[in-house]
Design a protein. Structure first.
Length: 198
């Protein structure tokens, strides 16, 4: 009965464990990602859902995990520019994350939208290679320059480890030996904390 209800939900529902491994994805989630339950279960959510990934979502997941309270977030996908409303709820195995496509939220007026637009402009027009990473080194967001340099699309790198992206070998030229860069990524793996926009 419960499974039938979850399958009938109009939005995409993922249940993830504390390591962000998918333990369940409803029919809408499978359709959204264009794959099957078997292909999703047991894999990292951040790696398999690039058009759902964003820094705002990652922060909301951390908040829900830490507070063990229902957490809502409205955000725009960096990949598709689609607005999503996500509800993150603690479960016995981790978190249930439910997505619905959204129009630009009413509460996202002046200050928040302007702040997000400034952030996007800064990231998209940066002359440098800039990436926002999870503590595990997965890419949440990235500036346009490394994408252009490597001739890849944003959705090809979101959710992937920084060390697995095509331009990783060019890090040798920019920052010296990769063996020096890897420990820096590991040492800087301090979890992001929710921030408020001014």
């Amino acid at each position: 009965m419960l499974l039938a209800l979850l399958e009938a939900l109009p939005g995409a529902l993922f249940v993830i464990d504390d390591d962000a491994t998918i333990v369940y994805a409803n029919a809408s989630a499978q359709t959204m990602l264009g794959t099957t339950q078997e292909a999703l279960v047991g894999n990292c959510f951040w790696c398999l859902a690039p058009h759902l990934v964003s820094t705002a979502l990652y922060q909301a997941v951390l908040k829900a995990r830490q507070t063990r309270k229902l957490t809502d977030v409205d955000y725009r996908s960096p990949v598709t520019q689609t607005w999503f409303h996500a509800q993150i709820s603690p479960t016995g195995v981790g978190l249930a994350v439910w997505f619905q496509e959204n129009t630009e939220p009413a509460q996202c007026q002046d200050a928040l939208c302007q702040s997000e637009q400034r952030y996007r402009d800064l990231l998209e027009h940066s002359a440098e290679h800039v990436a926002v990473l999870t503590p595990e080194g997965l890419i949440l967001e990235i500036s346009q320059r490394p994408l252009t340099d490597a001739q890849v699309q944003l959705e090809e790198v979101i959710g992937k480890p920084l060390t697995a992206v095509p331009w990783w070998s060019s890090v040798l030229l920019l920052n010296g030996d990769q063996r020096q860069v890897r420990p820096v990524v590991r040492r800087s793996s301090v979890p992001l904390r929710p921030v408020s926009c001014l």
